[in-house]
Design a protein around this ligand. Sequence first.
Ligand code: 9D3
Length: 245
Amino acid sequence: MTFHILTIFPEFFTGPFSHGVVSRAAATGLLEIRIHNLRDWTTDRHKSVDDRPFGGGEGMVLKPGPIFEAVESIWPDRRPGSPGGSEDGGKVLLLSAQGRLFDQAMANRLSREAELLLICGRYEGVDERVAEHLAADEISIGNYVLSGGELAAAVVIDAVARLLPGVLGNESSAAFESFQETGHGQGLLDCPHWTRPADFRGWKVPEVLLNGNHEEIRRFRQRLAREKTARLRPDLLAAEPGDAE
Ligand code: 9D3
């Protein structure tokens, strides 16, 4: 799978993608990440990507021109008039605070695309014609204010990349998807885990985990998962039984 990122901060992504699962998958050719500098598609000598909002107000807005030019040069065969889609299974996504909330079901759907092109919002926002006529969807990663779409793009790519066949050793993606429910794509939170030492500073690991009775251990873990979910994520219990799509 190929991920394209359109950003005014291309240096930002050297960190997040040079570690762990994503970096290993890129090294083995299971995925490719291509960073594109939005300023490469500006035409004025100041390379300006933003301008003041019509109607007045605080802050600056990303201009539509360089963004459309960039996407049309990255995907020259993109069907014009069909927002978001490339010729052969790709999607343009706009990362913005005004977007649809990203979740595991969305990550699952996106992992079936051949390519994604993520546009990182900045400043006070992005000219609405990008959401209307260029992007297939507008995505937010949560109800908090970030300074721009770059961190959000890294989050989306991490969540999608680990679902790709071969990336985590999940050869059959269908089998893997049913596992998503406990891997926390909704449903209950995972149960708590402990490792050695069995006694750490006087805090002891629950005795039942040490007794080798696997049926008892299974029921115990299920109860702890329900209790922890009720305490930290009551919203998930209301939605149960969860389906991760
Ligand atoms: C006056 C209200 N604005 C600032 C407080 C709204 C606003 C504009 C631009 C809020 C955030 C941003 C920049 N954020 C993103 O581009 C962004 C984002 C986010 O802020 N939260 C969660 N997901 C995302 S994805 C992109």
